[in-house]
Design a protein around this ligand. Structure first.
Ligand SMILES: [Zn+2]
Length: 159
């Protein structure tokens, strides 16, 4: 298993969206389109029972969620795709996006680790739980790429 670098040592970029209306064009100018990983910090203000395509129906408690994704065709392209909340649904996250607000985005350009190891690290860093189990993990064998926790993520510098 690869050694995971300390979060503070990572080549990353945090985009804080709080107190801003998300403007897709502005957001696009803050990201380049290299491949890499991203974390969307999400807030769900009240409980929702949601059907996630064929994956199943789940009761999502209110709180904070982090979604860890991998963008093989470029981070800017993928993150904007999520934020546009298109009606055509492809990823598990697409079913959740209409119900959450995105308050921060963290991007990792060409990192030396996988989305699965980043999800594992994020779970530990924020004392979170994978919920629903295996969410977003259709193409891998890990416990899932959505992590729920009670407080904003530790990397979010502007709570
Ligand atoms: Zn995984």
């Amino acid at each position: 298993m690869n050694q995971f670098p300390a979060i503070s040592e990572l080549d990353d970029h945090i985009i804080n969206l709080k107190k801003k209306t998300i403007n897709i064009a502005t957001l696009a100018s803050e990201m380049d389109n290299r491949v890499g990983l991203y974390i969307l910090a999400l807030h769900l203000s009240k409980e929702h029972s949601l059907t996630i395509g064929k994956f199943g129906r789940f009761q999502f408690p209110p709180g904070y969620y982090q979604y860890i994704g991998s963008a093989g065709k470029g981070i800017r392209f993928r993150v904007i795709r999520h934020l546009e909340r298109r009606s055509v649904r492809h990823w598990h996250l697409d079913y959740l996006m209409p119900f959450v607000s995105v308050f921060s985005i963290r991007v990792f350009y060409e990192p030396p680790f996988t989305e699965c190891s980043l999800a594992a690290q994020t779970e530990i860093a924020d004392s979170g739980i994978r919920f629903p189990p295996r969410f977003g993990a259709s193409d891998c064998r890990c416990s899932g790429h959505l992590i729920r926790h009670d407080s904003p993520p530790v990397w979010d510098k502007h709570p």
